[in-house]
Design a protein around this ligand. Structure first.
Ligand code: GLA
Length: 724
């Protein structure tokens, strides 16, 4: 069911990188914060409480420094030697060394190889692979192979296989075919993980653990239903609590017995939205519980070896704010669509999210494509220069390593047409030459490892709010959370302003400006914190359809956004989706016109200045944007989807209110990304034309050793890393 690739900004609940939401049979829903009655993770939940982009002094978790010390930035990819005869391995390692590879991920899909039949263990081949790599000084990110159980597990224990919303079991023959709540799957997976950890604890190649792969599985089976009930008891107490939270007086949905409570399954019409919201929360948590179980086994054997699992950026099913504190190192897989004109902005947003999930600590780009992927309908290769440009973009935004899927292109299997660092055609190829050149230049950036990306702007993103906002039966499905996120992020990116993402419960005290593109669902406590932030001197920008629902997804009554009305100095009474065949005409207070689209709200001011108004139709004269001085700060509210130029203007004004500027004294030329990492200024030209950036101070380009004075001219797709 791999359909049209959704991406942030297109209104689809997708992966953010254009991957079809159901690519691995992973339903595109998910949600989740368990156990907390108000849905707030809070800062006491282990989330790194760092608001200045620097690792906390009290954070003693093992991190990437144990890998980068002596190695510099990490470079490598997934290595699947089980697909090749052993004589190829020696050539692999030799070519890896020549390419500057210093980290490979091994064993991700090796369950059937290490446990060919139930209870058997075949680690001999893996011993030889790890010994070979250790001998070459290449560190190993060793995976628990639990993302793809072998056919024998599904055959003997069909209950381990996932069931979809319609009650159909999904079969083996692909990957990801497990039910996160299956006790048999859990038991078999943990037994194997324990043996793997026991065997390789202390192995000189072992540098990092990689738990599972791209978690996102969902299962609607009866075992999952039982686990869901237990989760619901924890959250809502008893059936009265559940009935209240789910609003079951609507459509005769009252539950009188826990046995009646089920996951949202295929039904004749719209399913209860709170049932679906809690299900999304549960699904994320059920997977997290399994991740934790594997992690704890690993930790027991190797407490000093850092542990990660590879995220997929703005991936809807997994509430990454809840997951990230459970990892030592946050890592991400990122597959931008070469045909997407906004890819640099989307990439920057994703990288900033990954860095922020780790509280500002260095992160790892664990997978990207060396050129084309194989899972879009039409797979464009990366144009020359994009391999290094995309990799360096991640480094500029805090990655201490840049790795690929995969080292050597597979000859067989579903990914036989996916690009790799070493193509089918071999090392004597243009692509492999680019890989080698990039490996060499990363070595010249060694001093960047561990450096923070300082930020003064926070961008709020919340998974439960995302789930609740995009539930069926709303005013318009053309308002998308990731679309709004990208729209508000883009003008900041264009100005070279560094941004952290934060959850709504995050500590905002270190940020001069906080942007909330959409926060449909908000708890009282989070709304109060946003209000206090403004009164204490912060600048807040809030986008439309925010503050609408409580943590159960129930609409807050009264004029909207009810819990933010006072601080915003204005309120509304109607959400009014606009006809799509023409723009919505608006004007700034000085009469300068601009256009908006898709969405309008009937608002009035209650102390705020109407900085922009609608100029036609039934809303003519009513506010389109509000600005309100509240206490020592300023709050903005936007009641429509302004076009990009208008949003850029608004962003400029809010930045001025906050006294925040970008990495350069002015905005960089169009298409040029400017970001500071520690003392190093990265300038990346994503455009197809040469661009000139004036510089106040002389600097050295770490990538070439060249001295730069007065300014720098960047060819198309060129990058410089300037240190004063
Ligand atoms: C994901 C997976 C890899 C591989 C790549 C292909 O990132 O983790 O195993 O399937 O996609 O793009």
């Amino acid at each position: 069911m791999a359909g049209r690739p959704p991406a942030p900004g297109d209104g689809q609940p997708g992966l953010g990188d254009g991957r079809p939401a159901l690519r691995d049979g992973r339903p595109g829903l998910g949600d989740g914060r368990p156990g907390l009655r108000d849905g707030r993770p809070g800062l006491g939940d282990g989330r790194p409480g760092l608001r200045d982009g620097r690792p906390g002094l009290r954070d003693r978790r093992p991190g990437l420094h144990s890998l980068t010390a002596g190695r510099g930035l990490l470079f490598g990819g997934d290595y699947n030697p089980e697909q090749w005869p052993e004589h190829v391995w020696a050539e692999d390692v030799e070519l890896m060394r020549a390419a500057g590879v210093n980290l490979v991920t091994v064993g991700v899909f090796s369950w059937a190889r290490v446990e060919p039949e139930p209870g058997a263990r075949d680690f001999g081949w893996l011993d030889r692979v790890l010994d070979l790599l250790a001998g070459a000084g290449i560190a190993v990110d060793l995976a628990t192979p639990t993302a793809s159980p072998p056919p024998w597990l599904g055959h003997r224990h069909p209950g381990t296989l996932p069931v979809d919303e319609s009650g159909h079991r999904l079969w083996y023959g692909a990957r990801n075919q497990f039910c996160p709540s299956s006790p048999v799957y859990r038991e078999r997976a943990l037994a194997l993980v324990a043996d793997l950890a026991g065997r390789y604890a202390g192995h000189p190649a072992l540098a990092l653990w990689h738990v599972g792969n791209e978690y996102g599985q969902v299962c609607h089976c009866d075992v999952s239903a039982e686990a869901f009930r237990a989760w619901l008891r924890e959250r809502h107490g008893d059936l009265d609590g559940l009935n209240e939270a789910w609003g079951t007086t609507f459509w005769s949905q009252r539950y009188g017995d826990w046995a009646e409570v089920i996951p949202p399954r295929r039904a004749p019409y719209l399913v209860n939205p709170t049932q679906r919201l809690d299900w999304a929360r549960f699904c994320s948590d059920a997977l997290l519980e399994h991740y934790r179980a594997e992690r704890d086994v690993l930790r027991g054997h190797t407490p000093g070896v850092p542990i990660t699992t590879n995220f997929m950026g703005l991936f809807k099913p997994v509430d990454s704010w809840r997951w990230a504190p459970e990892e030592d190192v946050v890592s991400n897989d990122w597959y931008p669509d070469p045909a997407d004109p906004l890819f640099p902005v989307r990439a920057a947003l994703t990288h900033d999210l990954t860095r922020s999930l780790g509280g500002g600590r260095p992160w790892l780009l664990l997978e990207q494509a060396a050129s084309a992927v194989n899972w879009r309908p039409h797979n464009l290769p990366k144009p020359a220069g994009r391999l290094r440009l995309e990799s360096l973009q991640a480094v500029a935004r805090g990655a201490d390593g840049s790795c690929y899927f995969q080292w050597r292109a597979s000859r067989f299997g579903a990914e036989r047409f996916h690009s790799a660092m070493l193509p089918h055609a071999g090392p004597d190829t243009r692509l492999h030459a680019e890989v080698r050149a990039h490996g060499a230049e990363l070595r010249r950036l060694a001093e960047v490892a561990g450096q923070p990306v300082p930020t003064r702007v926070a961008l709020v993103h919340d998974w439960p709010s995302w789930w609740a906002m995009e539930e069926a039966g709303r005013p318009s499905d053309r308002l998308s959370v990731t679309g709004q996120l990208l729209a508000y992020y883009r003008p900041l990116w264009e100005r070279g302003v560094a941004v952290d993402l934060v959850p709504p419960s995050g500590d905002l005290s270190g940020y001069a400006l906080t942007v909330v593109p959409n926060l449909y669902l908000v708890s009282d406590a989070d709304a109060e914190a946003l209000t206090a932030y403004v009164r204490g001197g912060g600048v807040l920008v809030v986008g439309p359809f925010s503050g609408v629902a409580d943590p159960n997804g129930h609409i807050r009554t009264g004029r909207f956004p009810a819990p933010l009305r006072d601080v915003l100095g204005g309120s509304g009474e109607e959400w009014r989706p606009a006809p799509e065949d023409r723009p919505v005409r608006c004007a700034w207070a000085d009469g300068t016109p601009f256009e908006a689209r898709t969405w309008t709200e009937l608002m009035r001011t209650e102390g705020a200045e109407p900085v922009a108004v609608f100029t036609e139709g039934e809303l003519a004269g009513s506010p389109a944007m509000l600005r309100h001085r509240a206490g020592a700060g300023v709050a903005w509210y936007v009641a429509t989807l302004p076009d990009h130029d208008a949003l850029a203007e608004l962003t400029g004004r809010a930045l001025a209110d906050a006294g925040v500027s970008g990495a350069l004294p002015g905005p960089p030329p169009a298409g040029v990304e400017a970001v500071r990492r520690g003392p190093v200024l990265f300038l990346l030209n994503h455009g197809d034309r040469e661009a000139h950036v004036p510089l106040a101070e002389p600097a050295e380009d770490l990538l070439t050793g060249a001295r730069v004075e007065g300014g720098v001219t960047l060819a198309a797709r060129a990058v410089v890393a300037l240190r004063p």
